[in-house]
Design a protein around this ligand. Structure first.
Ligand code: ASP
Length: 305
């Protein structure tokens, strides 16, 4: 994989996904025991995070992952860069490449922008979230969290609940989960669950209580206000009553089921405080696994075997 970009989960084979997951699991143990950090692996490499959209988890975990492996980071703040003087994203990326930067980690509101950069550069580009399109490293850390819980994937039933339409997390997970034999269901307000999800392989369900009761994993999604005009949701209180995870709905879940959320969570909207703190919520485990999954991706692309 050395030298390749990491743009999507759609083109990853079952073997590649499993390889990335076992590398992630190794790094999970390493990240949580700092004495074991392999500082030498990417020593001398320099990685540039280019975040054109807000981020807490993804940005910090990529930075942590790079440092854990011994790489250095370019500290370029988009708002203080030559982008403000009218330079294009491509020229900015070419400028970094000309300084022998080894890889770019890119988040942008435009779907397809990381792929466009990858087509025009010779250094690897990692997609850290592009518009509504994909967020492949999020899917990897989610699968790691699921595998820690269940051991294997085949036959598992995952319900995505919420704003599917604008969710790059749902898309990247859908592609990877199908590759691994997971059954994916999706539910939410009809305005926010596009019918094309069926063509992509998900089952769209209307009876949320029944689907939640049958799920091994319930994956909650935030309403992505920044990607939509008003009008998809009539009111927040109606949304949270009909589509949110509260104590009543939690009580329907199987005893082995877990709750996931990519963050940031809007507590009181898509889930209640009780759901966030539910003993089988794995939201913090996802955050922890984010560092390991991103170490695995950096290793894969920059260190080779
Ligand atoms: N953090 C995730 C993303 O960047 C999910 C979200 O923002 O709701 O797509």
């Amino acid at each position: 994989m050395k030298g390749r970009s990491f743009l999507s989960t759609a083109n990853l084979s079952p073997a590649e996904l499993q390889q990335l997951l076992s590398l992630s699991q190794n790094y999970c143990d390493v990240n949580n025991n700092h004495r074991l950090l392999p500082h030498k692996l990417l020593r001398g490499k320099m990685i540039a995070p280019l975040f054109f959209e807000a981020s807490t988890r993804t940005k910090v975990s990529f930075e942590r992952a790079a440092r854990n492996l011994g790489a250095d980071l370019v500290d370029l703040q988009i708002g203080a860069s030559s982008i403000i003087k009218g330079e294009s994203v491509l020229e900015t990326a070419r400028t970094l490449q000309a300084m022998a930067i080894d890889a770019l980690v890119v988040r942008h509101a435009s779907s397809g922008l990381p792929a466009f950069l990858a087509d025009n550069l010779h250094i690897p580009v990692i997609n850290a979230g592009d518009g509504w399109h994909e967020h492949p490293t999020q899917a990897l850390l989610d699968l790691l969290t699921i595998s820690q819980e269940f051991g294997s994937f085949a036959g598992l039933n995952v319900l995505f609940l919420g704003d599917i339409r604008h969710s790059r997390v749902a898309r990247s997970n859908l592609f990877a989960m199908q590759t691994l034999g997971i059954k994916v269901r999706m539910a939410g307000p009809p305005t926010l669950v596009p019918p094309e999800m069926k063509a992509l392989g998900a089952e769209i369900v209307r009876d949320i209580d029944q689907a939640a009761a049958e799920a091994d994993v319930v994956y909650l999604l935030r309403i992505q206000w920044e990607r939509q005009q008003s009008g998809f949701v009539s009111s927040l209180s109606e949304y949270s009553k009909l589509y949110g995870m509260d104590e009543e709905r939690l009580a329907l879940l199987q005893s082995h089921a877990i709750l996931l959320h990519p963050g940031p969570a809007n507590v009181g909207v898509e889930l209640s405080a009780a759901a966030y703190a539910w003993p089988r919520s794995r939201i913090e485990a996802q955050v922890n696994n984010g560092v390991a999954a991103r170490m695995a991706v950096l290793h894969w692309l920059l260190a080779g075997d």
